[in-house]
Design a protein around this ligand. Structure first.
Ligand code: ADP
Length: 251
C-alpha cells in the first residue's frame, strides 16, 4: 500500500504536500467542544483530528493511587479503530501505553498539581484520524483542555516535531515523511518559561542536524502557542457574547 515515493522533496525543494521545509501543516484549534467535561479541546493538525477532554480534580480511583501532597495526573491516549486506513484494534497497544506516559510527562510540569492533594485529574485523548505527529498534536490539545478546565497552570504546553527527509531538515512531518524519512524529533515547550517538557528522537542525525531540527521544532511550538492563546480567547469572547444576548433577551 505504502509504496515509497522516489523523492520526498522535489527539485523545487517542496515536500509531497507542497509545503516548504520550514512550513507547518494547517492547524485549527477549538476549545470547549465537550460541554460535559470540565475542559476540552479539538485539534486539527494537517489531517490529524484529535479530541481531548479533562475531568477533575476528582476522587482517585483506585484510592491507593492517591498522593498526599498533590493530584495525580492521569492521561489516556487512544487511537480510534477508524483513525488509520487499516483497522486498528480498539484495545490499548504498547504504543498507546507509551504515548499516554509521554503525554502525561509533557504536561505534568505545567500544572499546579500540588493545589489539589489526594485528587486526580483525568486527561483523555482520542485520535479520530491519524497522519503522523499525533503525540505532539495530542499534547497541544490536552494542554488547551487543561487550561479550559480552569486548573491553574504555570504555562501552556505547545508541541511540534521536526525531522529529516531525504537530506533536508523539515518541520512537522506527516505520516509518509514520518515513516519514510530519516529521523523525527518531537518537542514540547512551555513557551513563557522557555522550558522543554518533551524531547525524543527516532532515527539518526548528526549533532548539527539535531540542533537545527530542535530549533525548527521550537519555532513550530511558538507558532502553535500563538494559536492556542487565540483559541482560548475565542471561546471566552463567544461565551460573553452569548451572555450578552441572553441578558438582552431577558430585558
Ligand atoms: P506520532 O503519531 O506521534 O508521530 P508514531 O511515530 O508512533 O507517533 O506514529 C506515526 C504515525 O503512524 C501515526 O501518526 C499514524 O498516522 C501511524 N500509525 C500509528 N499507529 C498505527 C496503526 N496501528 N496502524 C496504522 N497506522 C498507524
Amino acid at each position: 500500500m505504502n509504496d515509497k515515493p522516489e523523492k520526498l522533496i522535489d527539485k523545487k525543494g517542496l515536500r509531497l504536500d507542497g509545503r516548504k521545509p520550514d512550513e507547518l501543516r494547517t492547524v485549527k484549534l477549538e476549545v470547549g467542544v465537550i460541554p460535559n467535561a470540565n475542559g476540552s479541546a479539538y485539534v486539527e493538525h494537517g489531517k490529524n483530528k484529535i479530541l481531548a477532554a479533562v475531568y477533575g480534580p476528582r476522587e482517585v480511583h483506585p484510592k491507593h493511587l492517591s498522593l498526599q501532597d498533590r493530584a495525580v495526573l492521569k492521561c489516556r491516549y487512544h487511537m480510534a479503530p477508524f483513525s488509520v486506513q487499516e483497522r486498528k484494534s480498539p484495545a490499548p497497544s504498547r504504543r498507546e501505553v507509551e504515548l499516554s506516559k509521554v503525554i502525561k510527562e509533557s504536561l505534568e510540569p505545567a500544572v499546579f498539581l500540588e493545589y489539589y492533594p489526594r485528587t486526580m485529574v483525568d486527561v483523555f485523548v482520542e485520535v479520530l484520524q491519524a497522519d503522523g505527529g499525533t503525540r505532539c498534536a495530542s499534547i497541544t490539545a490536552a494542554a488547551l483542555a487543561l487550561a479550559d478546565s480552569g486548573i491553574p497552570m504555570r504555562d501552556l504546553v505547545a508541541a511540534c516535531a521536526a525531522g529529516k527527509v531525504d537530506d533536508t531538515i523539515v518541520l512537522d512531518l506527516m505520516d509518509t515523511e514520518d515513516k519514510q524519512g530519516a529521523a523525527d524529533v518531537p518537542v514540547a515547550l512551555m513557551p513563557n518559561l522557555n522550558a522543554v517538557t518533551l524531547l525524543q528522537m527516532d532515527g539518526t542525525l548528526t549533532q548539527e542536524e539535531f540542533e537545527s531540527a530542535v530549533n525548527m521544532a521550537l519555532e513550530g511550538c511558538r507558532k502553535i502557542y500563538a494559536m492556542q492563546k487565540e483559541a482560548l480567547k475565542t471561546k471566552y469572547v463567544n461565551v460573553s457574547e452569548e451572555n450578552k444576548d441572553e441578558e438582552e433577551a431577558e430585558e
